[in-house]
Design a protein around this ligand. Structure first.
Ligand SMILES: [Zn+2]
Length: 382
């Protein structure tokens, strides 16, 4: 025998713990913890997606347990969290802060005026993932509202909406509008279990896909600061840029590395000090810090893009664990040494012979296979 309460079912898109908080408000409990424990359910366990609590909560509220499970954060033994069909970590989730679209919240309230806001407002599942940061319906950045940071209140949205009216008016007055980035649609599709076609990301757990987009976005935007110190709009732009780079695969990566190289040269960075880590910044630290095989294709593509622009040959050490199989480019210094000519003389010959070209800002790019063929034959160096 189990108790069943008379309550409306969970609403579309609603997070299971948000639904629990809604019921706590309907039953006038002071907290969702109290509401659950009145029915013998441990809220903390429910919030962690324990099967036993989920089943008891489904029975109590007359909901399909599979539906509640799909909208629950299910803690895994390895510390990750399953949400829908995707794996997340606390680093890519908003757990102590509720992020909302002010327009969605206002619509929830105005379309349900017979109840209080803490019953009317839907805490949407997708809002807890950091890579979901813009409402696709209203083109609004998601805004942080109530903080629920005290650890014993974690995930308790019982009181989050009740005192919202002033804050909501200010948020609604903001003129800022923007479109969701590609990573947002990608993240939601992964949650829903749809098969995606972003080769470099599909093999990664969603939390890694989000992290790697952030790193590549930061590189693309030349952001040096730590992610946590960035403002919300900069993070949004970095996610967008990173996803665009990675969804274009090897071509996107090569274009990014090429652009980085040009920017460093334009900034006057002397060529000998441009190495892989200067070129790759946080991406280098990130990819060097993990030896997961899921990243091997990414490491391979990034390393090869580096070999295309830096003077690195098979005799040099690996980059991101990848060895250069053949040299694509020489620095002027390396080429002059190899062919036994003074740098200026080499540059003159090389340009005249068409084995080197100057880019728009005067840096010489020496094509290694062409230089080897031309100078090797002429100076019998092979
Ligand atoms: Zn909205």
């Amino acid at each position: 025998m189990f108790t069943r309460i008379d309550c409306p079912p969970i609403r579309g898109g609603q997070l299971t713990i948000g639904y629990a908080a809604e019921l706590a408000a309907r039953f006038r409990s002071s907290s969702v913890h109290e509401f659950c424990s009145d029915f013998g359910i441990n809220f903390r366990n429910l919030a962690q997606g324990c099967e036993e609590e989920l089943q008891a909560f489904a029975d109590l509220t007359n909901n399909d347990v599979d539906l509640l499970r799909r909208f629950s954060t299910i803690h895994q033994p390895d510390g990750t969290v399953r949400l829908g069909n995707a794996l997340l970590t606390k680093h890519v989730m908003s757990r102590s802060t509720i992020r909302v679209c002010p327009d969605c919240v206002a619509e929830d309230i105005s379309s349900n005026l017979s109840v209080s806001p803490d019953i009317a407002v839907i805490w949407r599942r997708d809002w807890v993932i950091n890579s979901v940061d813009t409402c696709p319906i209203h083109s609004r950045p998601l805004s942080e509202i109530a903080r629920i940071s005290a650890s014993n209140l974690q995930w308790d949205a019982t009181l989050a909406w009740s005192d919202l009216s002033l804050e909501l008016d200010a948020l609604l007055a903001s003129p800022v509008r923007r479109e969701p980035h590609g990573l947002q649609a990608y993240s939601i599709a992964r949650l829903e279990g749809h098969v995606e076609q972003v080769e470099l990301l599909d093999g990664l757990p969603l939390y890694s896909a989000i992290a790697v987009c952030a790193k590549f976005g930061a590189l693309s935007m030349n952001i040096e600061k730590h992610w946590r110190t960035l403002d919300e709009n900069t993070r949004h732009n970095a996610y967008r840029e990173g996803f665009e780079v990675l969804s274009r695969g090897s071509e996107g990566i090569a274009a990014l590395i090429d652009r980085r190289m040009t920017a460093l040269q334009l900034a006057g960075t002397p060529p000998p000090s441009i190495g892989p880590s200067t070129l790759l910044k946080q991406v280098s630290t990130f990819l060097n810090g993990t030896d997961e095989s899921a990243y091997s294709l990414l490491r391979y593509l990034v390393a090869n893009a580096v070999f295309d622009v830096l003077s690195i040959g098979p005799e040099d050490g690996p980059v991101l664990g990848v060895r250069c199989t053949y040299r694509r480019t020489y620095s002027i210094m390396a080429a002059a040494r190899r062919f036994g000519l003074p740098e200026k003389t080499f540059a003159l010959y090389a340009e005249a012979a068409g084995v080197a070209e100057r880019n728009a800002h005067g840096s010489l790019r020496i094509d290694a296979p062409k230089a080897d063929a031309y100078f090797g034959e002429r100076w019998r160096l092979h």
